[in-house]
Design a protein around this ligand. Structure first.
Ligand code: URP
Ligand code: ZN
Ligand code: ZN
Length: 488
């Protein structure tokens, strides 16, 4: 009887630390051997000439979530979002369970568990808190204990921003309950003020979205998060860093020992503010927050990725249809037609499926990073930071057999028609990339193959996260007083 359910044979197995020519043996959904000349499995996958890599971990994606601008549900479901992720080589997603207005936090969270039962790959949640009211503060400890080990906070958007006193309150609660925090850092009042001035001047097109929130708006909020994190000795992560000046704040904090983490997203490595200046309303397709910046910022972000100041590249998948509302969402990028002013354009881009091919093309094919850095940025580092490693994020005996087999020479022209999300456009229409995931396995089961989704709704499992050392505070406060012990 065969020792393995599946053997992936003859590929170049690439992890964040090693590259080796080896076979990968899978039994019961788990990697059980990585070695040369493994005996035959019941299923054999030929990977000669291909990379065999850990499936991507996308630690920032908004699925079945109300838009912060319109309040309407965004366009992918847990099935369509995760199926497109699988086709793009991603095998785990960290989505959001948002606090719904007028709902108890426990009920919002239960609702998201129900929705996510359709997922085709494994998932977990960041809990979004908009209002740290008594119910939230009382309920969070038990939700954290149930494995929701990260809290997400928006510092901007009228509908869900948390002010600084709330951020401090939630950081303290998270620290006391061994949870982590991720933050959307932009200065709300600066954006509001600048937006009012732009509108008063008649500057309403999509491209003025970038003018309403220049890099200084992000830099200020990043510095504020770092300062609060430093006061409380509370490690946390800044989401979607877009520009050199914000990344530099993170770098400076890390140099003085602060445990602050940063991610950027595929769109900030590929798009610029000029994309929002496209004709016929098409600029709206590129409106996301923070704003895409300049070619110089793109090169600076690569520098910060290479040196580890920024540790991962997520999708920030947050999709709204452009022209055609769907079964799941009535929202559109231009709700009032071509003249829709930029503050009414729902923020966010679809990107779950294109995240890894873009990162591979711009990074590995483009000669900016090597294959192990690609694995680190796309899979291992998010798995470590969010408490999923080594179950996820590597290929080693005992790890889940979440694997993406990549053809590094495959040339693909990205076309909306070939993608698997439930959105009517991709920002990358016509982009030519070299390198594409040809087969994706989730816990040993092939879920995407040759450009087709072959998985099933409900295969995905919730990933409960236990306390983990990676996010432990340092025990260093900026004064002799330890605010948690209540003494010096
Ligand atoms: O532009 C982005 N990243 N939007 C996602 C957040 C939201 O809810 O609008
Ligand atoms: Zn955000
Ligand atoms: Zn986001």
């Amino acid at each position: 009887m065969a020792e393995f359910d599946t053997v992936i044979r003859g590929g170049l197995v690439a992890t964040a630390s090693d590259i080796m020519l080896a076979d990968v043996g899978i039994q019961g959904g788990v990697v059980t051997a990585v070695a040369k000349n493994l005996p035959a499995g019941r299923n054999e996958i030929d990977a000669q000439g291909k990379y065999v890599m850990p499936g991507g971990v996308d630690s920032h994606c908004h699925i079945e979530q109300p838009s912060s601008i319109s309040g309407k549900m965004n366009a992918d479901t847990f099935l369509t979002g995760t199926r497109s992720a699988a086709c793009g080589g991603t095998t785990s997603v960290i989505c959001f369970s948002p606090q719904r207005v007028g709902w108890k936090l426990a009920d919002s969270t239960a609702d998201y568990h129900e929705r996510a039962k359709k997922a085709a790959i494994d998932y977990t949640f960041h809990l979004i808190v908009n209002d740290p009211n008594d119910d939230v503060m009382e309920t969070l400890p038990s939700l954290i204990a149930d494995g929701h080990r990260s809290i997400k906070i928006f510092m901007t958007y009228d509908s869900n921003r948390v002010t600084d006193d709330g951020v401090l309150k939630l950081m303290a609660l998270a620290r006391e309950n061994e949870a982590f925090m991720v933050l959307h850092a932009e200065h709300h009042d600066m954006i509001k003020w600048q937006t009012e001035r732009l509108l008063a001047a008649g500057l309403t097109d999509a491209k003025y979205h970038a003018w309403s929130k220049p890099g200084v708006v992000e830099r200020e909020a990043v510095h504020r998060v770092i300062s609060m994190s430093e006061l409380l000795d509370f490690p946390c992560q800044i989401f979607h860093v877009t520009c050199a000046e914000a990344a530099e704040e993170i770098h400076r904090a890390q140099q003085r020992g602060v445990k602050i983490f940063g991610e950027t997203c595929a769109q900030y490595l590929t798009l610029t503010a000029d994309d929002m200046d496209r004709a016929n309303g098409e600029g709206a397709k590129y409106v996301c927050s923070p704003s895409p910046r300049t070619p110089a910022d793109i090169e600076a972000l690569w520098g910060y990725l290479k040196t580890g100041v920024l540790g991962m590249v997520s999708s920030d998948h947050a999709p709204t249809n452009f022209a055609v509302a769907s079964e799941h969402s009535s929202d559109l990028k231009l709700p009032d037609g071509p003249g829709t002013p930029f503050p009414k354009i729902p923020n966010g881009l679809p990107g779950l499926e294109t995240r890894l091919p873009l990162l591979f093309n711009e990074g590995v094919t483009g000669g900016r990073i090597d294959i192990s850095q690609f694995v680190a940025l796309s899979s291992t580092n998010p798995a470590k930071l969010f408490g999923l490693y080594p179950k996820k994020g590597t290929i080693a005996p005992g790890s889940d057999a979440d694997i993406a087999i990549w053809d590094p020479t495959k040339q693909v022209t990205i076309r909306q028609a070939d993608l698997h999300h439930a959105i009517d456009y991709t920002p990358y229409e016509g982009w030519q990339v070299t390198g594409w995931p040809v087969t994706t396995l989730s816990r040993g089961k092939v879920v995407a193959d040759g450009g087709d989704f072959v998985g099933e709704a409900g295969h995905g499992q919730f990933l409960a996260r236990a306390p983990y050392d990676y996010i432990k505070p340092r025990g260093v406060f900026p004064s002799p007083f330890d605010p948690f012990a209540g003494q010096s």
